[in-house]
Design a protein around this ligand. Structure first.
Ligand code: ARG
Length: 572
């Protein structure tokens, strides 16, 4: 059960409203935005005043006359147009944080209904460069999976890799005529990309080659053993390289059902949809029309081309059917860039025509830009490769770590650098509202100041080092129940109490940036507390209470960062 201060206040308020004869269902309490007004507030009186045709301040005062909160706050006040403000008593605040201290979940309440959520993310294309869009999908999807699981949902992560596309005509032709085995061993994806590009260039110069290349694709699709073998190797080699990156990023998938998995389902699916009237033939192609959907009226979903070929949408519909049958999900989340919006609108509308009831969401995101504010590219104008990007992040972090901790053993420095470098890349992405484009900047993301992963990791490290320092100076660093009295302690305690609510707000619109902002504010509030309230230099119960508050802050920081897929070092 949700026992947080906020929800207790809310139910007391609802009871009072009911006694005042007012519809209480909309009595909500939220943290205040301006702490001069107290700690929590409710706008219930303003919300209801219109219906009641009464002055909101009057409504507020009639609710207050029934409100019993002496054990939790100072007498509530009415402010402005009719806000009810609460200032929590230090004793109640202490009780609330102490309850969180003893709670393994740190006050995070499970979602009231555990849902089955399929998260389709990362999904790079084999033998094509993984572009920055895949990077964002990978980081965002993983964090959403972690947070959903943490709140008690059943999550199935599925990497819907693009392992069956027209690119294989080129790859197979290239493999047969231009393959450099040694390069393939060293960097399979790079070599496959090279083959793809080279064949592309050859085709430009010699259009007659196109037919030959296309024929390799047709042969693959018809099950030619040689071509199938090349395809299998290309997929396996690419996957091995992707897996190395996922390992580095500490990301795993429950399933890896790529496009090829659905191959055999496509033809029968299209036939069935034709027979049952969901789809129709139009100019030789098979389409699903959406006649009573104004947005899609002129944008039918194409599921079979005139030449008999199937499309990206056909595979997505087959995938949707498979997922429904196998997992009976409540929701499916597709984490891909904003440019795929129309595709998903069509697939969702087609799915509904097919009778799919599952809640389907396109978790779209914006682009990563270079310093020139154009799509991020390498100097030579190519897509930025995830592998190289991560290596550079770690390398840059290593030089910072080595400079700050020259005495740490090399292996230790490298371990810390990995956490900092990878954390910085992930955080720089997650802290943005997912729909905004952002400029990729090494300096910013690796800075120890500002809203960055290193800043948060450093806040954690600082707390741990208080304990180490105490230990080494022979100070008793044992913890005791927290007693709140100083304003800086109050502020920190109130922040800690918001952790659970923050996770639930992330889920409302799949926005991990809300968690980032929360953690940043938490670290900031901690630093104010640290400056205002001596810890090791204070005595007895005050010291052990403040240590306990610091320790709890560290736990929330660590847990929050882990939900973003970011680790914390013990020193840095
Ligand atoms: N492979 C696709 C791409 O690179 C992304 C796949 C997303 N998932 C899906 N079910 N369509 O754009």
């Amino acid at each position: 059960m949700d026992m947080s201060l906020q929800s207790v206040l809310q139910s007391r308020l609802a009871m009072a409203a009911e006694r005042a004869g007012i519809d209480a269902s909309r009595a909500s309490v939220t943290p205040v935005t301006d702490i001069r007004f107290g700690d929590y507030q409710s706008n219930v009186a303003m919300v209801l005043s219109k219906e009641l045709k009464k002055n909101p301040r009057e409504v507020a005062s009639s609710i207050l006359s029934y409100l019993e909160v002496q054990d939790l706050c100072e007498p509530p006040t009415i402010a402005g147009a009719g806000f009810i403000n609460f200032k929590v008593l230090n004793t109640a605040l202490s009780d609330a944080v102490n309850a969180i201290r003893l709670d393994e979940q740190l006050g995070v309440v499970m979602a009231p209904h555990s849902k089955t959520i399929i998260i389709d993310f990362s999904s790079p294309n084999v033998a094509k460069p993984m572009h920055v869009g895949h990077i964002r999908s990978t980081i965002l999807g993983d964090s959403l999976a972690r947070i959903s699981r943490h709140l008690g949902h059943r999550v199935i992560t599925d990497n819907h890799i693009g392992d069956w596309g027209t690119q294989f005509g080129k790859v197979i032709y290239g493999w047969k005529h231009l393959l450099n085995r040694e390069a393939l061993e060293k960097g399979p994806i790079a070599e496959l990309v090279r083959l793809y590009r080279e064949v592309n260039a050859l085709e430009e110069n010699d259009p007659s080659l196109r037919e030959t290349v296309r024929h390799e694709l047709v042969k693959l699709q018809q099950g030619d053993p040689d071509n199938l073998k090349i395809w299998e190797q290309a997929v396996a080699l690419s996957w091995k390289e992707f897996e190395r990156l996922y390992g580095l990023l500490d990301i795993t998938f429950d399933e890896r059902l790529g496009e090829s998995f659905y191959n055999d389902a496509l033809a029968p699916l299209v036939e069935r949809l034709l027979v049952d009237g969901t789809a129709e033939i139009s100019e030789g192609a098979v389409c699903i029309f959406f006649k009573d959907n104004p947005a899609l009226e002129e944008k039918p979903c194409l599921i079979r081309k005139g030449d008999g070929g199937f499309l990206y949408a056909t595979t997505d519909l087959a995938t949707l059917e498979y997922r429904e049958k196998r997992w009976k999900p409540d929701s499916v989340w597709y984490v891909t860039g904003a440019p795929q919006q129309l595709h998903f609108e069509q697939v969702f509308a087609a799915g509904r025509r097919m009778g799919v009831k599952t809640d389907l969401s396109h978790i779209a995101f914006g682009s990563i830009l270079g310093e020139d504010r154009k799509m991020m590219k390498t100097r030579s104008g190519e897509n930025v490769e995830l592998g190289g990007l991560l290596a550079e992040a770690i390398e840059r972090a290593l030089s910072v770590v080595a400079e700050k901790n020259p005495d740490l053993p090399k292996g230790e420095q490298e371990k810390i650098a990995r956490m900092i470098g990878l954390g910085a890349v992930k955080y720089a992405d997650l802290m943005q509202h997912r729909l905004t484009d952002y400029v990729f900047s090494w300096e910013k993301m690796l800075s120890f100041q500002g809203n960055t992963a290193p800043y948060l990791q450093n806040a954690y490290v600082r707390i741990r080092s208080i304990f180490r320092k105490g230990d080494s100076e022979g100070v008793n660093v044992s913890l005791s129940p927290i007693m709140i009295s100083d304003p800086a302690e109050r502020a920190l305690a109130l922040k800690i109490l918001k952790f659970g609510e923050t996770l639930h707000s992330v889920m409302e619109d799949q926005r991990p940036n809300l968690l980032c902002l929360y953690l940043y504010e938490l670290a900031d509030t901690f630093h104010h507390f640290y400056e205002a309230c001596p810890i090791l230099k204070s005595d007895g119960e005050i010291r052990s209470s403040r240590l306990a508050l610091a320790d709890l802050t560290a736990k929330v920081l660590q847990t929050g960062l882990s939900l973003l897929g970011i680790g914390v070092p013990e020193r840095m």
